[in-house]
Design a protein around this ligand. Structure first.
Ligand SMILES: NC(=O)c1ccc[n+]([C@@H]2O[C@H](COP(=O)([O-])OP(=O)(O)OC[C@H]3O[C@@H](n4cnc5c(N)ncnc54)[C@H](O)[C@@H]3O)[C@@H](O)[C@H]2O)c1
Length: 319
């Protein structure tokens, strides 16, 4: 059994690490792999790194055939997620929607079953409307996504579920919270860059800045472990799963977690300009019951453990 991990970034490289550590040899495909950063997460000799572009469907089929792939974890994305999609909607729509369709089509034509796709908890947060409250006869029965990024993720989930229903693909869409974790490359989304920058400053004795509003996070190692559990699950059904810490983290809580590993750190509540953090205006958090019930997944890293693990990694990998 060989797993294809598409997108060798913040999350994809962790997925490959987990698979490699248990003795598999995953194929890691990226359009522009950042080898140094990936090598700090996963032992490169234990994975097969290939160049490939999800916007070129035949290149996906080629990788599936030439490496005997039996399942796919698809994590490819534009680097700044919500903010990137607001800046360049067409590119984000093309990559997120058509890129994912290309992956699902490649799976369909090659008879491959399991495809796990990264969705996002923006679908729990970046919504508005729905004033007709589920009344099917009305125009505003359901809330709608309020950003291009969340609109693409909603399309991805809907299309994936239809590929499951009509084409026999075992589709899972994982709604990760805002992810942070070890990573020294570009991309990874605005939120992970802000937390990494905050930690870098705190470790250097400088003032750290954390997002000024409550956010729902997940540590990258937990996001990746959820992904692997979705790849492995015997009975998946065609499902969408919340993969978050299951809590809204306030700026004060994030500051406390940083001070717990860097005593005396000065922390201000302000996302540095241009970092790509956008804040939800909602304060509910995801229900993790389905991920626990079906995948056996719960976060291993709550906020404090996650921030501690990141600090330890950054001390070992100074910029
Ligand atoms: N990082 C977050 O906060 C977050 C939160 C929720 C959901 N997600 C989702 O999780 C997934 C992974 O996010 P990430 O943070 O690991 O992103 P990332 O930017 O770290 O990695 C994405 C990788 O995809 C690659 N890629 C881009 N276009 C490609 C293409 N056409 N073909 C092949 N590879 C391509 C990039 O080169 C990059 O290495 C994305 O779908 C993202 O929307 C991320």
């Amino acid at each position: 059994m060989t797993t294809l991990v598409i997108g060798a970034g913040l999350i994809g490289s962790q997925v490959a690490r987990i698979l490699a550590e248990r003795g598999e040899r995953p194929v890691l495909m990226d359009v522009a792999a950042q080898t140094t950063a990936i090598g700090q997460i996963v032992d490169l000799p234990k994975v097969t790194l290939v160049q490939g572009d999800i916007l070129r469907p035949l290149s996906i089929v080629d990788v599936l055939r030439s490496h005997g792939i039996s399942r796919i974890a698809h994590t490819a994305a534009n680097p700044l997620l919500t903010v990137g999609a607001q800046r360049e909607p067409y590119a984000a729509i093309n990559l997120n929607i058509m890129g994912t369709v290309n992956v699902l089509e490649a799976a369909r034509v090659t008879g491959l079953k399991r495809v796990v796709v990264s969705s996002s908890s923006v679908l729990n947060h970046y919504l508005d409307g729905g004033e007709d409250q589920g009344n099917f006869g009305k125009e505003e029965a359901f809330p709608r996504p309020t950003t291009f990024y969340s609109a693409t993720k909603q399309a991805v989930e809907s299309l994936g579920l239809n590929y499951a229903k009509w084409c026999g693909i075992e589709f899972a869409g994982l709604r990760y919270g805002a992810v942070f974790g070890p990573w020294s490359g570009a991309g990874g989304g605005g939120p992970s860059n802000v937390i990494r920058e905050a930690m870098r400053n705190a470790l250097a004795g400088k003032e750290a800045a954390v997002p000024p509003g409550a956010m729902e996070w997940v540590y990258s190692k937990d996001a990746a472990r959820g992904t692997v559990l979705a790849l492995d699950a015997k009975e998946l059904g065609s499902r969408v799963f919340n993969i978050t810490m299951g809590a809204m983290t306030t700026p004060a809580e994030m500051a406390e977690a940083i001070r717990a590993v860097v005593p005396g750190a000065k922390v201000k509540f302000e996302a540095p300009a241009g970092t790509g953090v956008s804040l939800s205006n909602r304060d509910h958090h995801a229900d993790l019951a389905r991920a626990k019930r079906t995948l056996g997944w719960e976060p291993e890293f709550r906020l404090r453990e996650a921030v501690k693990d990141l600090a330890e990694w950054m001390r070992r990998h100074p910029a």
